[in-house]
Design a binder for this molecule. Structure first.
Ligand code: UDP
Ligand code: MG
Length: 237
């Protein structure tokens, strides 16, 4: 049975980690897969690391990494991907906005698809965030020939062997469906629940996300155009 690695980036989420662990293990224990939970602390300045260490000491399925400095969500995910030893990698935010109860539904499609991306159809965020995200997805889709409604949804199920081939740079976690497709992945979007953030604060604002996102989209457009599509016709050993 394929092993699952849950990879969760954490930056100042002390109010959320224990509840997330409870909800996630409740769902994961019911899956028929062995699993690990990889908590990646992106140099939190609150009590997150202390809570992570207690969980890791008490539960053998919990592993953790902690950064020396704050490197951002893409870096936390990338480090997690490289350290994960599962065949399937599932990502989600640490802030309880994603609902672990959606995982079995997403997993049903794994096999037929190599990546299943959540789609927050009824998103519980501020209006400005929802508008910003709409514009972001529209521009991203137009410039990268994509059709993904909600690339920012962190709840994603991915084939580890493909994901580990991707070199991720800052900001590129927002392009994972496209980068996975470049690796040959079949990608599906599935509607998922979304909850309002109760503890802690969002780490992003629209302006910063917009400026960085535009820069990133140009890089990804270049990657798609320059992607090597080699199909070997013949070879000898
Ligand atoms: N995060 C991180 N490093 C950062 C910023 C965010 O690891 O520098 C984590 C954060 O703790 C959360 C996830 O990335 O688990 C998404 O962040 P956030 O919820 O602030 O983003 P939003 O949902 O508001 O887009
Ligand atoms: Mg969030």
């Amino acid at each position: 049975m394929e092993k699952i690695s849950f990879v969760i980036p954490i930056y100042n989420e002390e109010g959320n980690i224990e509840e997330l662990f409870k909800e996630l293990t409740c769902v994961a224990d019911m899956l028929k897969h062995p699993y690990e939970i990889l908590l990646v602390d992106d140099c939190s300045s609150d009590g997150s690391l202390g809570i992570i260490k207690v969980l890791a000491a008490r539960h053998k399925q919990v592993r953790y990494l902690s950064f020396e400095n704050n490197c951002g969500q893409s870096a936390a995910l990338y480090a997690g991907f490289q350290h994960a030893d599962g065949d399937i990698i599932i990502t989600m935010d640490a802030d309880l906005q994603n609902d672990p109860a959606d995982i079995p539904t997403l997993l049903q499609h794994f096999g037929e698809y190599d990546m299943i991306n959540g789609w927050r159809a009824d998103r519980q965020d501020t209006l400005s965030k929802k508008i910003g995200s709409r514009i972001g997805n529209f521009v991203r889709n137009r410039l990268t020939w994509e059709t993904i409604h909600d690339t920012g949804c962190s709840l994603k199920v991915m084939r580890a062997s493909m994901l580990k081939e991707i070199r991720i740079f800052r900001g590129l976690h927002r392009f994972l469906p496209t980068l996975m497709r470049l690796e040959g992945a079949r990608v599906l979007e599935v509607p998922v629940h979304h909850r309002a953030r109760v503890h802690g604060v969002s780490k992003y604002n629209n302006l910063q996300r917009g400026i960085e996102g535009l820069y990133d989209v140009i890089a990804v457009r270049w990657m798609i155009k320059r992607h090597l599509k080699v199909r070997i016709k013949e070879f000898n050993d």
